[in-house]
Write a protein that binds this ligand. Structure first.
Ligand code: ATP
Ligand code: MG
Length: 250
């Protein structure tokens, strides 16, 4: 099993878009794929099921993974071939609960997740700091950090790296990579920040994904598609997203 968590406490940087595309790439390789949606907004769950009301279904949600009395998961089978442990408006009941936190940062929860019968697990996280943001760092093999090329994003990136360091004693093999997303090629300030991030973090910056309407449109439609299958995406954009997602999940 390989677990990939997409994380950044900043909102709207492309976490859910990446989760959807990574999961699609994974099932294309016939890998048994599970998405765990830890966001109360449940955006990944909405895209995968086509049900915008899924975040009001309070059973079988991702909060149940964190409970001391765990009896296995009951994932939603989606038409994409991706299994889903969905996010809903009530999963924040596990926030700020001492027993949950003790479990969340222990080997027990790590084993619980790592024993699930999947080849790939992709975790979507909320745009806020807390147990649902931290815990996956203890289970994951790799962390993908999307960020927009703005100076304010650099502080956020450093916060995520600090959180990763906290998880390292239990999870020494954890690797991370930053993905510059929504890069506007015509913007001088964007180009400068991209250069600065690449200089600071070198090989840990794996990709530059440009700001393109086709990325939004591909996931907004009735039948959401990964960018490389979307008719409105040009060849170069398709290759960029396909190549990037292959590097992460294959
Ligand atoms: N490369 C891109 N080009 C254009 N639009 C993008 C790109 N990446 C993401 N978007 C759009 O930006 C918006 C926010 O993306 P997304 O929902 O993936 O962010 P998020 O980090 O999951 O947000 P939240 O923190 O609220 O969960 C969406 O409308 C999405 O379609
Ligand atoms: Mg999201």
């Amino acid at each position: 099993m390989k677990i990939t968590t997409v994380i950044n406490q900043k909102g709207g940087v492309g976490k859910t878009t990446l989760v959807f595309n990574l999961a699609k790439r994974s099932v294309e390789e016939n890998l048994r794929t599970l998405v765990i949606d830890l966001d109360t907004q449940g955006n990944a769950s909405q895209i995968l099921t086509g049900d915008i009301g899924i975040n009001r279904i309070f059973i079988n949600g991702s909060d149940e993974l964190f409970l001391p009395e765990f009896n296995g998961i009951n994932p939603t089978k989606t038409a994409h071939g991706i299994d889903l442990v969905h996010g809903h408006k009530g999963i924040d009941r596990i926030d700020n609960v001492r027993e949950v936190e003790e479990l969340a940062y222990s080997a027990t929860l790590r084993q619980r997740i790592r024993q699930l019968p999947y080849d790939r697990v992709i975790v979507d996280t909320p745009p806020a700091i807390g147990v649902r943001h931290m815990a996956p760092l203890y289970w994951s093999d790799q962390v993908v950090i999307p960020l927009e090329p703005e100076l304010s994003s650099l502080a956020g990136l450093q916060d995520v790296i600090a959180a990763i360091d906290l998880a390292r004693p239990l999870n020494p093999g954890l690797r991370w990579m930053a993905v510059l997303n929504r890069v506007k090629k015509a913007s001088k300030s964007h180009r400068e920040v991209v250069k600065a991030v690449e200089k600071m973090y070198g090989n840990a910056v794996v990709s530059e994904l440009t700001d393109r309407v086709a990325v939004t449109d591909s996931r907004q439609q009735e039948n959401p598609q990964p960018v490389w299958k979307f008719r409105g995406a040009d060849k170069r954009l398709r290759e960029l997203w396909h190549g990037f997602c292959s590097t992460i999940v294959c």
